[in-house]
Design a protein around this ligand. Structure first.
Ligand code: HEC
Ligand code: HEC
Ligand code: HEC
Ligand code: HEC
Ligand code: HEC
Ligand code: HEC
Length: 259
């Protein structure tokens, strides 16, 4: 009895997988036709970079242990932002595409199905905090050297760039962090400790936060729970979070702004 239920579940699972596989093949087919019909881009991507539409088409559905990410991704600012220059038009394609964070994908696109998992690299797999800060900081930082164009996933650019003093611009999070212990401490947080690429997007967790603000901080600062580090005389604004005092105007200074 129990066994037959399992068998039934398994068959259902198989059917689901088949349906998903077929759906994927269909979307990819359509995407390829669309891609071929598109006029040549003004700034063609290098051969190691695939057309972003291919990534979006395949990852619209679940594959093995990989969740469907495309719809979440399309809801992020990265997918919709417009502007001038390589920070806004990744690799000649509009917006900040999958490959800006996952690296060049032609090899992965061409790989046989049983090698897809091994060829798909994620930022979470990067080993060092310098590598992780470099990935996002390349665009979310302003430095004397201009934009690091010859970056490859896994590079550490922190030793090669001179960060400017922050000016209040939108892409300066690395500059904002530079003078805090979060930047210098080997156990300090990196961007993807607090922000996701596209997972678990929640309208209450803008901008792409992985958890409510206080939860993010208390993971590493449990002693500060309940604002315990503040004297009873401290004025705590209504609805204050850790960011109210330590990230004024959403700036990543992780200190208390001094007037
Ligand atoms: C032909 C369909 C197809 C295309 C096109 C495709 N992928 Fe994949 N991708 C897969 C499959 C299948 C897997 C493996 C899933 C598994 O076995 O869990 C995968 C895995 C991945 C992973 C690894 C996930 C993990 O959990 O480690 C990443 C990252 C990824 N793809 C990103 C991309 C990017 C970026 C592009 C565009 C350059 C792209 N994919 C294009 C089918 C595709
Ligand atoms: C801003 C950077 C960024 C962009 C752009 C991005 N990703 Fe990701 N992706 C990540 C990060 C970071 C992770 C690790 C999990 C997380 O924090 O979301 C990840 C994880 C994944 C995974 C593994 C499954 C998971 O959720 O852990 C797949 C598959 C994937 N991304 C595919 C894509 C595809 C396809 C696109 C474009 C449609 C894309 N990503 C765009 C940063 C990005
Ligand atoms: C190729 C350049 C590029 C890369 C790489 C990149 N970003 Fe961005 N990101 C942008 C641009 C451009 C914007 C839009 C800024 C604006 O509002 O003008 C943006 C916006 C954002 C936002 C704001 C979203 C909102 O809703 O306001 C977050 C959060 C973010 N990025 C996090 C990350 C993280 C984390 C990484 C690394 C995993 C990353 N980005 C990698 C270019 C990039
Ligand atoms: C310790 C957690 C933490 C780390 C590390 C972190 N952020 Fe943030 N970030 C936040 C929080 C929280 C907010 C929202 C603050 C608020 O709403 O008051 C935010 C806001 C943002 C915004 C939107 C800013 C705006 O003005 O709208 C961007 C873009 C961003 N972060 C990118 C990054 C990048 C890139 C990195 C790495 C260089 C990074 N963050 C590191 C927690 C973090
Ligand atoms: C991954 C762990 C981690 C997370 C997440 C984290 N911190 Fe920290 N934080 C640290 C470490 C490590 C230090 C440095 C401690 C030291 O050297 O004394 C630090 C130091 C600080 C300092 C003192 C900074 C200075 O320059 O003196 C403040 C303020 C702070 N964190 C606030 C926050 C806030 C607010 C958040 C949430 C938005 C947060 N932290 C999230 C690990 C973390
Ligand atoms: C009302 C403003 C305010 C709020 C809200 C606040 N802090 Fe602080 N925090 C301070 C002040 C003031 C200091 C003293 C250090 C200084 O002067 O830079 C401090 C210091 C710290 C430090 C460094 C030294 C220490 O005593 O641990 C950490 C870490 C920290 N806060 C984390 C947090 C976390 C986590 C939250 C949210 C649960 C939070 N703070 C909420 C004002 C605030």
């Amino acid at each position: 009895m129990v066994l037959s239920i399992f068998r039934e579940e398994a068959t259902k699972g198989m059917r689901l997988v088949n349906r998903q596989a077929m759906a994927a093949v269909l979307v990819v087919g359509v995407a390829v036709v669309v891609a071929m019909a598109l006029p040549a881009r003004a700034q063609a991507p290098g051969p190691e970079y695939a057309n972003e539409k291919l990534c979006q088409a395949c990852h619209k559905v679940v594959h093995g242990q990989s969740p469907a990410v495309t719809d979440n991704y399309l809801a992020t600012k990265h997918a919709t932002i417009t502007g001038e220059g390589p920070r806004y038009n990744f690799n000649g394609q509009p917006g900040v595409g999958c490959q800006a964070c996952h690296g060049p994908g032609t090899e992965h696109v061409k790989a046989p199905m049983d090698q897809k998992l091994a060829t798909g690299k994620t930022p979470a797999e990067l080993e060092t905090r310098e590598q992780k800060l470099s990935l996002c900081g390349r665009c979310h930082g302003q430095y004397d050297e201009g934009f690091v164009a010859d970056y490859k996933l896994g590079d550490n650019i922190l030793d090669k760039i001179t960060l400017k003093a922050p000016t209040g611009g939108k892409l300066e999070q690395l500059n904002e962090m530079k003078d805090s212990k979060h930047f210098t401490s080997p156990t300090g947080p990196v961007c993807i400790d607090c922000h996701t690429g596209h997972k678990a997007l929640d309208p209450n967790l803008v901008p792409q936060l992985v958890a409510p603000i206080n939860d993010l901080c208390l993971k590493c600062h449990p002693a500060n729970a309940g604002m315990a580090h503040l004297t009873p005389l401290t004025q705590i604004p209504d609805g204050a979070t850790c960011a109210t005092c330590h990230m004024p105007n959403k700036k990543h200074i992780f200190k208390v702004a001094r007037q």
